[in-house]
Design a protein around this ligand. Structure first.
Ligand SMILES: [Zn+2]
Length: 593
């Protein structure tokens, strides 16, 4: 038994007349706002008028996001359903058309003289929009003229966004033929991928080879997607004169080059954690000093499966023990059918939470596979949902979503709560070892590996902007960065050099998407440490961080609980905590081998 969504809180189906009513209303409001056009940039709007402009803009964006979100949710449920594809495409088109009507607001805000900005920032009527105004202005040095911005937005639908969509549809249709325990099976991406954690080493090796080989066989299409993304971003960097290829990510994440470079340097300095962990895993698996590449995600000990109801209960109990109010909120996700956990052939792979706007319930998309990792994913995604609900209490749409680097705050924190509870209730040493391993592997995947992705991505953007990169060149760049991270601890299969081709994040219009994971997790380990030190008194502070949503810069959020993101020590603290876990793991391994 797994659960499916009830999306009726959005619309009653693809023929619901409210869809067009909402879109028409959004267009009408957007057109009415033209009365302020030309006045904003000259500072001719009163604070009251500017407030109305912001509030009405949020209303328009809520309406279009509702339609676009609905189309997206239908599409990911069943990616081959033509009706769902059509409604999603229509909604995206409508969203672009309506957003285009509002582009002038950002441009005029950026044209405002500093003196006038100061005047608005001082006005208490506009206090809800201070952060929004400041964030908008981060883009200022890089914005182009209005007609150029409009053309770029239109062209993005047939540019980078089209390449990502093509890649997603193309690879979602891949069928994998794998021999598993003597029988040939035909599997979808959602069915084959979890088998990298299969208990049978022979199956894991076949799955790895088959999975990556499929991308190698399709290298022409795949390389085209990646090269167009490198070029597209290169053009953006040139057109907008970004000082570094990562600047747009820093603006989006509301961080800066210095903080991120410090974090990446500390992560690289701690690649030894990755190597030490995998050497211990090799020892545990009787492989000597080096672990086989197809065994990176090998389960340790026997696989324990949990029913969906057991998974739900464990996650619920962990959240309830942490805090009863939070436990009740988590329970609401199940009561209101906001989690789609069923495994289906045409469903989009992966797990995510979609919080459309403060007015609507967030929903969770995942394919629950019955493993402990699946439970951890549930705790993680529910954390995102929790963050959205807390943020929705205090914030309006402009301040609703935290920047990516703070977006993992509740998700990773929730995972820690679950794991701590499990470590406490477990008596069995093997079960503990398994849990410590999964905790460490998760941290390595989220912190070290994602930063390794960023090193790969940065090099590809720098080189790929100037010349076409062959699949072989991209594989070579990949192998180099893999070697940095894993050293001599892993013996990779030749097919694993194609790993880069399987990672859709590199094609996301949000370039350098992955550093947010590393940043987010180290940031949370810092917060979690605080909670361990302070206990209950930390919980109201934690709730305040969640309620702040996207209304503050990450550096200020951290400062509000006494942490300093500019210090290398802050980032190192997360690793010190992980080192402690590794030493616990080492003790159990050494007792057993
Ligand atoms: Zn997440």
């Amino acid at each position: 038994m797994t659960s499916k969504w009830d999306l009726s809180f959005l619309y009653q189906g693809i023929n619901d007349p409210e869809i067009d009513e909402d879109l028409n209303q959004a267009k009408e409001i957007a057109d009415e706002l033209n009365k302020y056009r030309g006045k904003l940039k000259n500072g001719e709007l009163s604070a009251q008028e500017l407030l109305e402009l912001f509030q009405q803009t949020e209303k328009v964006q809520t309406l279009v996001s509702k339609g676009e979100g609905y189309g997206f949710l239908l599409f990911v449920q069943e990616t081959t359903n033509e009706d769902h594809k059509a409604i999603y495409a229509k909604m995206q088109q409508q969203e672009v058309e309506i957003q285009n009507k509002l582009i002038w607001i950002t441009l005029e805000l950026n044209d405002l003289q500093e003196k006038l900005v100061e005047k608005y920032l001082k006005n208490p009527l506009l206090s809800n929009y201070h952060h929004f105004i400041e964030v908008q202005r981060l883009q200022k040095p890089y914005l182009l003229s209005e007609p150029v911005e409009q053309v770029l937005l239109q062209k993005s639908l047939v540019g980078n966004e089209a390449w990502l969509k093509f890649y997603q549809e193309y690879t979602a249709a891949f069928q994998y033929e794998v021999e598993i325990e003597g029988k040939i099976k035909t599997l979808s991406p959602g069915e084959i991928y979890p088998l990298i954690r299969d208990p049978n080493p022979d199956t894991r090796e076949k799955v790895f080879k088959t999975y990556y080989q499929k991308y190698a066989e399709n290298s022409i299409a795949i390389s085209h997607c990646f090269n167009n993304i490198w070029k597209n971003h290169g053009q953006n960097v040139d057109l907008r004169k970004y000082p570094t290829t990562m600047t747009p990510a820093h603006i989006r994440n509301q961080t800066d080059e210095k903080i991120v470079q410090t974090m990446m340097r500390i992560i690289k300095n701690n690649y030894s954690l990755v190597q030490d962990y995998y050497k211990l895993k090799a020892q545990l698996m009787g492989q000597g000093e080096k672990i086989k590449g197809s065994d990176l995600y090998a389960p340790l000990g026997k696989v324990i499966k949990y029913t969906w109801n057991e998974a739900k209960q464990m996650v619920l109990d962990a959240y309830k023990e942490f805090d009863s109010e939070i436990g009740d909120i988590i329970d609401g996700f199940f009561q209101r059918n906001l989690v789609d956990s069923e495994v289906r052939k045409t469903k989009r792979t992966g797990a995510f939470c979609v919080g459309i706007a403060p007015d609507f319930d967030p929903v969770i998309h995942m394919s629950y596979d019955g493993t402990a990792d699946g439970i951890s994913t549930l705790a993680h995604e529910l954390g995102h949902g929790l963050h959205d609900l807390f943020s929705g209490r205090k914030q309006t749409l402009f301040n609703f979503h935290p920047p990516l680097v703070a977006a993992e705050t509740a998700s990773v924190f929730g995972q820690q709560i679950l794991i701590e509870k499990l470590l406490k209730i477990m008596k069995d040493e093997e079960a503990k070892l398994k849990l410590l391993a999964s905790q460490l592997e998760d941290a390595i995947a989220t912190i070290s590996r994602q930063t390794m992705y960023v090193f790969f991505e940065r090099e590809c953007h720098e080189k790929g902007a100037k010349e076409n990169l062959s699949a072989k060149q991209m594989s070579d760049i990949w192998d180099k960065h893999v070697k940095d991270a894993y050293g001599d601890a892993v013996d990779f299969l030749p097919e694993q050099s194609w790993n880069w081709a399987t990672i859709p994040h590199f094609l996301d219009p949000r370039v350098f998407y992955c550093y947010a994971y590393s940043f987010g997790m180290l940031f949370v380990l810092g917060l979690y440490q605080k909670y361990r030190e302070e206990g209950q008194i930390f919980i109201p502070k934690y709730k305040r961080i969640l309620e702040a949503g996207g209304s503050q810069f990450p550096i200020d959020l951290a400062a509000s609980v006494g942490l300093d993101l500019t210090k290398p020590d802050f980032w190192q603290a997360g690793f010190d905590y992980l080192r402690k876990l590794l030493e616990d793991f080492r003790r159990i391994v050494e007792e057993r081998t």
